[in-house]
Each structure stands twice: as structure tokens, then as C-alpha cells.
Ligand binder design. Structure first.
Ligand SMILES: C[S@@+](CC[C@H](N)C(=O)[O-])C[C@H]1O[C@@H](n2cnc3c(N)ncnc32)[C@H](O)[C@@H]1O
Length: 222
């Protein structure tokens, strides 16, 4: 399937849907997304004063959960959508947010103790380069927590059916949500994703599936 994930298109799309992004996330996940994000961050066991980067941070959910769990962590969020970042900045004053592209991160090698990315990689045209960048900016022994859709099982297919209906009810931007379904369908399943991460030098520490495998979390070590 050919599928346009050019950075310009993705950036414009997230700028456009930013206002309703959080609401739609809660509706489409039937209120479970905050729990899944919380449990994923919790399993990282972040220590005080650790340096943590939230990649493709969007409106900053993961960054805020990190601060909630470990208030002394030094948290930075990065995203290329200015409108998503505006919302993130409004919601928290003690997190540093930067506008930038995760395929070309503005940080030195071996900078961070932890990197997290939720529902981002699926939207990146050059995902391989993004993973290389995550590896580069992590310290040796640092952790990368990746969270996104998981196995394409029967429940996942049910989501594919329900999401467009909810999108029609709650948003006037239906095309962004038909994009979401397509991006989800062509995204690698966790087993293949882990192999892709391993091919860049990471080692698997933990995998956890949520919502009967519809969502999957992997923790990879540099
Ligand atoms: C589905 S949202 C996820 C937001 C947030 N992490 C969450 O869990 O709710 C995907 C985000 O990735 C960002 N994004 C996609 N490609 C990017 C890139 N190459 N560089 C930086 N941000 C990117 C988009 O702007 C968008 O805010």
C-alpha cells in the first residue's frame, strides 16, 4: 500500500487536529489511554534527576506523567507540530518543550538516561533514522520506552471499525482519522518492531501488552 507520510503532511495534520486531539484520544480509547501511558512510564522506574526526553511529545501526556511519577526528573519534550506544543506548554510550566524533528535531534550523543515515544514512530516517514537518533542520544545503559498499537488481532480490527464512527461524531476532520487507521494497519507488529530496534543496537528488556494486545509497549536498552 502506498501511503503519504511526508513530514509536511504529518505536521500540517497534527497542527489541524491539535485542538481536539486530547478529547478524541480519550473517546477512542474508551478512557483507557491515560492508564496505559501511566503504567508504561511507571515500569521504567525513573530515578530523581534522570534526564528524560519525550519524543513526538504532542500535547505532552507522557512528559507530564513522568513529572507526576518522578517530580525531580529533568524532562524535555520535542515535537515538530507548533500547535500540539502550544497545548503542551499551557498544561505544564516545569517541562522544557522544543520544536524539532526526531529524525534530526538537536542533542549531543549520550545525553539522556531515558527516551520515551508514544504513538509517534508510526507517523514518521524515515522511522529508521528516528530510531538511530534515539540510540545516539541515549547514554550507554539508557532505556527507550516505545508505545503504540500492537498486534492486528480481532479486537484491533474492531477498533478499526469503531474509530471512524467516533471520528465522524466528535470531529470535523475525518481524513486524519482514516489516516490513523491506515497507519495502524501498515505499522509493524511488536515482534517485528523489536527486531528493527535490535538491528540498531538496542536489546529488549521488557514487553507489555495492554487492552488484549491492541496496544503494546517495549522497553529497549542501549
Ligand atoms: C499521535 S501523536 C502522539 C502524541 C503523544 N506522544 C501522545 O502519546 O499523545 C504523534 C505526534 O508525533 C509528532 N511527529 C510526527 N512525526 C514527527 C517528527 N518527524 N518529528 C517530531 N515530531 C513528529 C506529531 O506532530 C504528533 O504530535
Amino acid at each position: 500500500m502506498t501511503f503519504d507520510k511526508s513530514p509536511q503532511k504529518i505536521q500540517a495534520m497534527f497542527n489541524l487536529i491539535s485542538g481536539k486531539y486530547d478529547l478524541l484520544n480519550n473517546v477512542m480509547s474508551l478512557g483507557t489511554q491515560k492508564y496505559v501511558k501511566y503504567m508504561s512510564i511507571k515500569s521504567l522506574n525513573i530515578k530523581p534527576y534522570a534526564g528524560v526526553i519525550d519524543l513526538c511529545c504532542g500535547t505532552g501526556d507522557l512528559a507530564r506523567i513522568i513529572k507526576q511519577i518522578e517530580p525531580d526528573a529533568k524532562v524535555t519534550g520535542i515535537d515538530f507540530s507548533g500547535k500540539m506544543l502550544e497545548i503542551a506548554r499551557r498544561k505544564s510550566k516545569d517541562i522544557q518543550y522544543l520544536q524539532g524533528d526526531v529524525t534530526n535531534l538537536p542533542f549531543a550523543d549520550n545525553t539522556f538516561d531515558f527516551a520515551v515515544m508514544g504513538f509517534g514512530l508510526r507517523n514518521i516517514q524515515n522511522a529508521e533514522k528516528a530510531v538511530e537518533e534515539v540510540y545516539r542520544i541515549l547514554k550507554s545503559g539508557g532505556c527507550f520506552m516505545h508505545l503504540d498499537f500492537g498486534n492486528k488481532n480481532i479486537i484491533s480490527k474492531l477498533f478499526d471499525f469503531i474509530i471512524p464512527i467516533l471520528a465522524r461524531l466528535f470531529t470535523d476532520n475525518y481524513s486524519a482519522y482514516s489516516y490513523l487507521i491506515k497507519s495502524k494497519q501498515i505499522f509493524p507488529e511488536p515482534e517485528d518492531l523489536i527486531k528493527d530496534f535490535e538491528s540498531k543496537g538496542f536489546k529488549l528488556r521488557k514487553r507489555k501488552d495492554f487492552l488484549f494486545g491492541v496496544i503494546s509497549m517495549q522497553i529497549m536498552i542501549k
